[in-house]
Design a protein around this ligand. Structure first.
Ligand code: C2E
Ligand code: SIN
Ligand code: SIN
Ligand code: FE
Ligand code: FE
Length: 486
C-alpha cells in the first residue's frame, strides 16, 4: 500500500516524509531532504533522534509521538533550528499511514517572519507608549529610569541594561540606573567621554554594537564587569537632548546576540524616550528647586516687612506672630484646607501692611483720631490691596489685608461687605486681631483684661463678628490656657 500511496504523491511539490513507529525515516522526497539540509541517503534508514540529536525534547516530537500512538492526524507550525543557529518555520500536516505517519511540510518562514515582525512591532509601540505614561506619571527620575530599563530589557530581549548619565561638571559618564545585573560592578562605572566603547559612543554620538565584547577594539575597559557578569554581547547608544549629550543607554547579554535592523531601530527609539524622560525629570527637579528657593526668599521678605511694620506701629512685640498662629489654628478648626492655609498665614502676617501708608502723626497719635485722620486710617486695607494685587504670588493672600476690618453686620470698611460676602479668612482673622489688639497696650489706650476682651468679643457675635467664627474662637481660647497672654 505504501507503493501505491507514494505514486499518488509523486507530483507533489512540497516536502514529504514517512516515518515508522520507531521514528525511522522510511521515505523522504527530495524537497524534504533539502529542507532539512540533508541528502535522502543520510536520512532513510536512520531515526530522527540519530539525525537530529535533542529532537526528543521538542514540542513537535510529542505531537508526532501522539499521532503514532493514537493513530490521529494533526497540523502544527514548527520552528526548526539548523546546526548553524539559523531557524525556519514549517507548517506540518501529519497523518497516520500503515508504516507509521506521513508528514507533509511547507516552508512558511517568510510569512511567519512577517507575522512575528508585526507582532514585535506592536509590542514595541506598546512599550514606547508605556514608557510615555511612566514618564508622565512620575516626577521621580530614578523611578522612570527603572521603568524604562524594564522595557528595554524585555523588548530588546537582553539580559541587562544600564543608563549612564554625564556629570555636567566633570564630563564623566556615571551610573544612574541598572537592571538585570547579578553584581554591583555596574554601579562603579566612571567613564570619561571618549574613553572605552561607551565613551566613544557618547563622544561621536553613534551606536556601537559588539556581538562579542571580548574582541572589542578599542578594548572594553570594564573587565571586572564582564568577568563578574559573564556578558558576551554589548550595545551602547548615546542619549541626547536638543543635540547635547546627556548620557548613554547600554545593553548587555550573556549569550551572543544577532540583532537585525528593526532591533536597532527600537534600541534608538528607546534611547529617544529615555532622553525625554531624563530631560523632563531634570527640568522638573530644577523648577522645583528654583520655586522652593523663590518661596523661601519671598517668605523671608514677608517676615521682614511684618517686622518693620511692628517696629513702626510700636505694637506689642510678637503681635504679628501671635495673630498669625492663632489665625492658623482657628482656620483649621473652621476646616479650611491645608493648601489654603499657607495663603492665610501670609495674609495674616501682612494684615496691616497698608499702615505703611498712614503717617506717623496719625498712626502714633496718643488720643482719639479726628475725622480727617480716621479717613486716612481707614484707607489702610485699600493701600494693602493696591500694593499686593500686582504681586501674583501674594494675590491669594489678599483676603485678610483687604477685608479684616469688614464687619458681619455690614458696618465695616473699606467695602461695607456683609455676612458671608466677607471672605471666611478675613472673618476669622478679624476676631483674632481685635482680641490681640484689646489685650495689648496701644498708643491711644491701655490693654484691656482678658475677661473684658472675651466679654466684648462674645457681645459682638453677629454684629462685628461672624457668630460661628466667634463660637470657634471662644472654644479655642477656653480649650487652651496658653492663648491667655495677659
Ligand atoms: P488696632 O489698634 O490694632 O486695632 C484693631 C482693631 O481692634 C480695631 O479696628 C478695633 O476693631 C479693635 N479695637 C482696638 N482697640 C479698641 C478699643 O479700644 N475699643 C474697641 N471697641 N475696639 C478696639 P479699627 O477700629 O478699625 O481700628 C483700626 C486701627 O486704627 C487700629 O488698629 C489703630 O491702629 C487705629 N486706631 C483706632 N482707633 C484709634 C484711636 O483712638 N487713636 C489712634 N491713634 N489710633 C486708632
Ligand atoms: C564601555 O564600553 O561601556 C566601557 C568602556 C570599555 O570598557 O570599552
Ligand atoms: C493690629 O494691631 O495690627 C491690627 C490693627 C488693624 O488690623 O488695623
Ligand atoms: Fe488693620
Ligand atoms: Fe493687627
Amino acid at each position: 500500500s505504501t507503493k501505491s500511496s507514494l505514486s499518488l504523491w509523486s507530483h507533489f511539490r512540497g516536502a514529504l516524509q514517512i516515518i515508522d513507529f520507531d521514528f525511522r525515516y522510511v521515505y523522504v522526497n527530495e524537497v524534504c531532504a533539502k529542507q532539512g539540509r540533508k541528502t535522502r541517503e543520510e536520512l532513510v534508514g536512520r531515526t530522527m533522534m540519530e539525525v537530529y540529536p535533542g529532537i526528543e525534547s521538542t514540542a513537535m516530537y510529542s505531537v508526532l509521538q501522539n499521532c503514532l500512538r493514537e493513530r490521529t492526524s494533526a497540523e502544527i507550525e514548527n520552528e526548526f533550528t539548523y546546526p548553524d543557529g539559523k531557524t525556519a518555520w514549517f507548517s506540518l500536516t501529519i497523518a497516520p499511514v500503515s508504516e507509521g505517519i506521513l508528514i507533509l511540510s511547507l516552508d512558511i518562514t517568510p510569512h511567519k517572519q512577517t507575522t512575528l515582525e508585526l507582532q514585535t512591532q506592536l509590542l514595541r509601540i506598546e512599550a514606547l507608549k508605556e514608557i510615555d505614561l511612566a514618564i508622565l506619571g512620575t516626577t521621580d527620575l530614578s523611578l522612570a529610569l527603572n521603568t524604562i530599563l524594564e522595557k528595554v530589557t524585555s523588548n530588546l530581549k537582553v539580559d541587562a541594561g544600564a543608563i549612564l548619565l554625564q556629570n555636567r561638571y566633570t564630563n564623566i559618564l556615571e551610573f544612574a540606573a541598572g537592571r538585570g545585573f547579578r553584581s554591583r560592578e555596574i554601579e562603579k562605572t566612571q567613564l570619561r567621554v571618549g574613553k572605552g566603547q561607551a565613551g566613544l559612543a557618547a563622544l561621536e554620538q553613534k551606536t556601537i554594537f559588539l556581538a562579542d565584547l571580548r574582541n572589542a577594539d578599542p578594548p572594553f575597559i570594564r573587565s571586572h564587569l564582564v568577568a563578574a557578569e559573564g556578558f558576551v554581547s554589548y550595545g551602547v547608544t548615546p542619549l541626547t537632548a536638543k543635540g547635547k549629550l546627556i548620557g548613554v543607554l547600554e545593553i548587555f547579554h550573556r549569550t551572543k546576540l544577532h540583532p537585525g535592523q528593526s532591533w536597532f531601530n527600537f534600541f534608538h527609539a528607546l534611547a529617544g524616550q529615555t532622553s525625554i524622560a531624563i530631560e523632563s525629570g531634570q527640568i522638573f527637579q530644577e523648577l522645583q528647586r528654583a520655586s522652593l528657593e523663590l518661596a523661601l526668599a519671598y517668605d523671608a521678605t514677608l517676615e521682614g516687612w511684618a517686622k518693620g511694620l511692628e517696629l513702626r506701629d510700636r505694637e506689642t512685640e510678637g503681635h504679628t506672630q501671635r495673630v498669625t498662629d492663632m489665625t492658623a489654628v482657628l482656620a483649621k478648626m473652621a476646616r479650611i484646607s491645608d493648601s489654603e492655609l499657607i495663603h492665610i498665614r501670609r495674609g495674616a502676617m501682612l494684615h496691616d501692611i497698608g499702615k505703611l501708608g498712614v503717617p506717623d502723626s496719625v498712626l502714633l497719635k496718643p488720643g482719639k483720631l479726628s475725622d480727617d485722620e480716621w479717613a486716612i486710617m481707614r484707607q489702610h486695607p485699600t493701600f494693602a490691596y493696591e500694593w499686593l494685587y500686582p504681586i501674583e504670588y501674594l494675590r491669594p493672600c489678599l483676603a485678610i489685608p483687604h477685608s479684616h476690618h469688614e464687619k458681619w453686620d455690614g458696618t465695616g470698611y473699606p467695602q461695607g461687605l456683609k455676612g458671608e460676602q466677607i471672605p471666611l479668612a478675613a472673618r476669622i482673622f478679624a476676631v483674632v486681631d481685635v482680641w490681640d489688639a484689646l489685650t495689648s497696650d496701644r498708643p491711644y489706650r491701655q490693654a484691656w483684661s482678658q475677661e473684658q476682651a472675651l466679654e466684648y468679643i462674645q457681645k459682638q457675635a453677629g454684629a462685628h463678628f461672624d457668630p460661628n467664627v466667634t463660637r470657634l474662637f471662644l472654644q479655642m481660647v477656653n480649650d487652651d490656657e496658653s492663648y491667655k497672654t495677659g
